[in-house]
Design a protein around this ligand. Structure first.
Ligand SMILES: NC(=O)c1ccc[n+]([C@@H]2O[C@H](COP(=O)([O-])OP(=O)(O)OC[C@H]3O[C@@H](n4cnc5c(N)ncnc54)[C@H](OP(=O)(O)O)[C@@H]3O)[C@@H](O)[C@H]2O)c1
Length: 226
């Protein structure tokens, strides 16, 4: 039984992951601003409360919970993500900051808070996108989103190096297109073969076993463009 923290659990892949891990008997802390969808599942081994990963006071609540109830975190999946689809010149400084505060500073803040509870066998899995990979096909309108997701790719490599002696392991998955609300925002009307549940299944398996084989690695989990 693993103790697993997942962000972005109110819908899409994060929500599916909560159900998958719970079915397998793992303990889950599910974090989203909207905690209703997960609390309505009423699962014994799942805890949820409202958490905005871009807010310091909310991250404080997370470390207080872990300190009081779990002590140890085996897996952290930084899955929460925010997207804006707008021409570069129309994106305001506030909008750029909002995307970065979830996609970059949220990952940094929560990881810093949870590191004291992780050990050599723990695994941090960051969720990025193919658009954040250097040299991949790019799409107009996604400058804020994809550049923020590029930042966490390099961050992952740096943290793997910095913590290589005593862990945890850090890996990053650059996902291709998955049928979720976010995909609809980025590519309205696009229909793709992969469901949120299918990709959640892959991420869940990777989170449980990937650190045996990989550290500081970027895996491109994609079979289509976009
Ligand atoms: N779908 C794709 O094709 C695709 C492709 C590549 C990468 N990804 C990445 O995969 C991850 C999951 O995406 P998805 O498609 O499942 O997206 P989604 O359906 O839009 O869900 C995004 C989740 O992130 C949460 N979230 C957003 N801002 C947050 C914040 N400040 N604090 C806490 N939670 C926050 C949302 O919950 P609340 O609104 O309740 O906070 C929601 O549960 C994201 O990181 C995304 O960038 C998706």
């Amino acid at each position: 039984m693993k103790q697993i923290v997942i962000t972005g659990t109110s819908r899409g892949m994060g929500y599916e992951m909560v159900k998958l891990f719970a079915e397998k008997g793992h303990k889950v802390l599910a974090l989203s601003r909207n905690d209703k969808p997960v609390s309505e599942l009423s699962l014994d081994n799942v805890t949820t409360f409202s958490c905005d990963v871009s807010k310091a006071e909310d991250l404080e609540k997370v470390s207080a919970f872990i300190d009081a109830k779990w002590i140890k975190v085996d897996i952290l999946i930084n899955n929460a993500g925010a997207l804006i689809n707008k021409p570069f010149e129309e994106i305001t400084a506030e909008e750029f900051q909002k995307i970065y505060s979830t996609n970059v500073f949220g990952v940094i803040g929560l990881t810093q808070k949870l590191l004291p509870f992780m050990n050599k066998n723990s695994h941090v899995v960051n969720i990025s996108t193919m658009g954040g990979v250097q040299g991949s096909v790019k799409f107009p309108g996604l400058s804020a989103y994809s550049s923020s997701k590029a930042a966490i790719i390099t961050l992952t490599e740096l943290l793997a190096e910095e913590y290589k002696e005593n862990g945890p392991s850090f890996n990053v998955l650059a996902l291709g297109a998955v049928q979720t609300e976010m995909l609809e925002e980025a590519f309205p009307g696009l229909e793709v073969p992969l469901s949120a549940k299918e990709m959640a299944n892959y991420i869940a398996d990777f989170s449980l076993t990937g650190h045996k084989y990989y550290n500081g690695k970027l895996l491109q989990v994609s079979n289509s463009t976009p």
